[in-house]
Design a protein around this ligand. Sequence first.
Ligand SMILES: [Zn+2]
Ligand SMILES: [Zn+2]
Length: 143
Amino acid sequence: MNQSDFQQQSEITDDLPAIDCDACQSALDPESQQAVSFLLLDQLRIPVLSCDDHLEQFSSVCGLTSDDTATLLHHHPAGGISCPGCRFASYSAAQSIVPVQDGAIVPIACPEHQSKIIQRFQIGLQTHQQLTSSLGTTTSSFL
Ligand SMILES: [Zn+2]
Ligand SMILES: [Zn+2]
Protein backbone atom coordinates (compact mmCIF):
# COMPACT_ATOMS: atom_id res chain seq x y z
CA MET A 1 0.00 0.00 0.00
CA ASN A 2 2.76 2.41 -0.83
CA GLN A 3 1.43 3.71 -4.08
CA SER A 4 0.99 7.36 -3.24
CA ASP A 5 4.40 8.16 -4.68
CA PHE A 6 3.35 6.88 -8.04
CA GLN A 7 0.08 8.73 -8.08
CA GLN A 8 1.75 12.10 -7.91
CA GLN A 9 2.18 12.12 -11.67
CA SER A 10 -1.46 11.83 -12.61
CA GLU A 11 -2.76 13.60 -15.69
CA ILE A 12 -4.16 16.35 -13.54
CA THR A 13 -0.76 17.58 -12.47
CA ASP A 14 0.95 17.45 -15.86
CA ASP A 15 0.02 20.85 -17.18
CA LEU A 16 -1.59 23.83 -15.72
CA PRO A 17 -5.15 23.61 -16.88
CA ALA A 18 -6.64 26.64 -18.51
CA ILE A 19 -8.58 28.52 -15.87
CA ASP A 20 -11.22 30.74 -17.36
CA CYS A 21 -12.59 31.84 -14.04
CA ASP A 22 -10.98 35.12 -13.03
CA ALA A 23 -11.94 34.64 -9.41
CA CYS A 24 -10.17 31.27 -9.36
CA GLN A 25 -7.14 32.72 -11.05
CA SER A 26 -6.72 35.40 -8.46
CA ALA A 27 -7.53 32.99 -5.64
CA LEU A 28 -4.80 30.64 -6.85
CA ASP A 29 -2.30 33.42 -7.33
CA PRO A 30 0.43 32.72 -4.76
CA GLU A 31 0.77 36.46 -4.31
CA SER A 32 -2.82 36.84 -3.28
CA GLN A 33 -3.90 36.67 0.32
CA GLN A 34 -6.88 34.49 -0.43
CA ALA A 35 -8.04 32.78 2.75
CA VAL A 36 -8.01 29.02 2.71
CA SER A 37 -11.33 27.26 3.09
CA PHE A 38 -11.88 23.82 4.54
CA LEU A 39 -13.79 20.97 3.02
CA LEU A 40 -15.24 18.54 5.54
CA LEU A 41 -16.29 15.21 4.09
CA ASP A 42 -16.67 12.13 6.26
CA GLN A 43 -13.35 11.88 8.11
CA LEU A 44 -11.56 14.18 5.69
CA ARG A 45 -10.72 17.74 6.56
CA ILE A 46 -9.01 19.24 3.57
CA PRO A 47 -7.80 22.81 3.25
CA VAL A 48 -8.72 24.03 -0.22
CA LEU A 49 -8.13 27.16 -2.22
CA SER A 50 -10.44 28.44 -4.93
CA CYS A 51 -13.15 31.00 -5.57
CA ASP A 52 -16.46 30.63 -3.75
CA ASP A 53 -18.37 29.40 -6.79
CA HIS A 54 -15.98 26.63 -7.63
CA LEU A 55 -15.52 25.65 -4.01
CA GLU A 56 -19.28 25.12 -3.89
CA GLN A 57 -19.21 23.01 -7.04
CA PHE A 58 -16.27 20.99 -5.83
CA SER A 59 -17.85 20.27 -2.46
CA SER A 60 -21.20 19.32 -3.94
CA VAL A 61 -19.54 16.88 -6.36
CA CYS A 62 -17.46 15.39 -3.54
CA GLY A 63 -20.61 15.14 -1.46
CA LEU A 64 -22.06 12.73 -4.05
CA THR A 65 -19.60 10.12 -2.82
CA SER A 66 -20.89 10.24 0.73
CA ASP A 67 -24.12 9.69 2.59
CA ASP A 68 -23.34 12.88 4.41
CA THR A 69 -23.15 16.20 2.68
CA ALA A 70 -19.81 17.86 2.26
CA THR A 71 -19.41 20.95 4.37
CA LEU A 72 -17.46 24.03 3.42
CA LEU A 73 -15.97 26.14 6.16
CA HIS A 74 -14.41 29.52 5.63
CA HIS A 75 -12.60 29.30 8.93
CA HIS A 76 -10.58 26.69 10.75
CA PRO A 77 -12.73 23.69 11.69
CA ALA A 78 -13.39 23.19 15.37
CA GLY A 79 -10.77 20.87 16.76
CA GLY A 80 -8.39 21.77 13.96
CA ILE A 81 -6.91 19.43 11.43
CA SER A 82 -5.64 16.18 12.90
CA CYS A 83 -3.23 15.35 10.10
CA PRO A 84 0.11 17.15 10.66
CA GLY A 85 0.95 16.85 6.97
CA CYS A 86 -2.19 18.76 6.06
CA ARG A 87 -1.79 21.24 8.86
CA PHE A 88 1.65 22.29 7.69
CA ALA A 89 1.05 22.03 3.98
CA SER A 90 1.45 25.32 2.22
CA TYR A 91 0.49 26.49 -1.20
CA SER A 92 3.27 25.93 -3.68
CA ALA A 93 3.80 24.71 -7.20
CA ALA A 94 3.90 21.18 -5.81
CA GLN A 95 0.19 21.21 -5.13
CA SER A 96 -2.19 19.61 -7.57
CA ILE A 97 -4.55 21.86 -9.44
CA VAL A 98 -7.90 20.19 -9.96
CA PRO A 99 -10.01 21.53 -12.83
CA VAL A 100 -13.61 22.19 -11.86
CA GLN A 101 -15.60 23.18 -14.93
CA ASP A 102 -14.15 26.53 -16.03
CA GLY A 103 -12.31 27.02 -12.76
CA ALA A 104 -9.99 25.06 -10.53
CA ILE A 105 -9.36 24.24 -6.93
CA VAL A 106 -6.15 23.41 -5.13
CA PRO A 107 -6.22 21.06 -2.16
CA ILE A 108 -3.56 22.32 0.22
CA ALA A 109 -3.01 19.02 1.93
CA CYS A 110 -0.46 16.30 2.38
CA PRO A 111 0.02 14.01 -0.66
CA GLU A 112 -2.12 11.28 0.90
CA HIS A 113 -5.09 13.50 1.55
CA GLN A 114 -4.65 15.35 -1.71
CA SER A 115 -5.03 12.13 -3.63
CA LYS A 116 -7.95 11.08 -1.42
CA ILE A 117 -9.97 14.19 -2.05
CA ILE A 118 -9.12 14.17 -5.77
CA GLN A 119 -10.27 10.56 -5.91
CA ARG A 120 -13.53 11.52 -4.22
CA PHE A 121 -14.02 14.30 -6.70
CA GLN A 122 -13.45 12.03 -9.68
CA ILE A 123 -15.84 9.40 -8.33
CA GLY A 124 -18.34 12.16 -7.63
CA LEU A 125 -18.04 13.40 -11.21
CA GLN A 126 -18.78 9.92 -12.54
CA THR A 127 -21.77 9.62 -10.23
CA HIS A 128 -22.94 13.00 -11.40
CA GLN A 129 -22.60 11.99 -15.05
CA GLN A 130 -24.55 8.79 -14.44
CA LEU A 131 -27.25 10.76 -12.70
CA THR A 132 -27.56 13.29 -15.47
CA SER A 133 -27.41 10.73 -18.27
CA SER A 134 -30.10 8.59 -16.65
CA LEU A 135 -32.16 11.70 -16.22
CA GLY A 136 -31.73 12.38 -19.92
CA THR A 137 -33.00 8.99 -21.07
CA THR A 138 -35.98 8.74 -18.80
CA THR A 139 -38.62 11.36 -18.34
CA SER A 140 -37.52 13.24 -15.31
CA SER A 141 -39.85 13.06 -12.39
CA PHE A 142 -37.35 14.88 -10.24
CA LEU A 143 -38.62 18.38 -10.79
ZN1 LIG B 1 -13.83 30.10 -9.89
ZN1 LIG C 1 -3.09 14.86 5.53
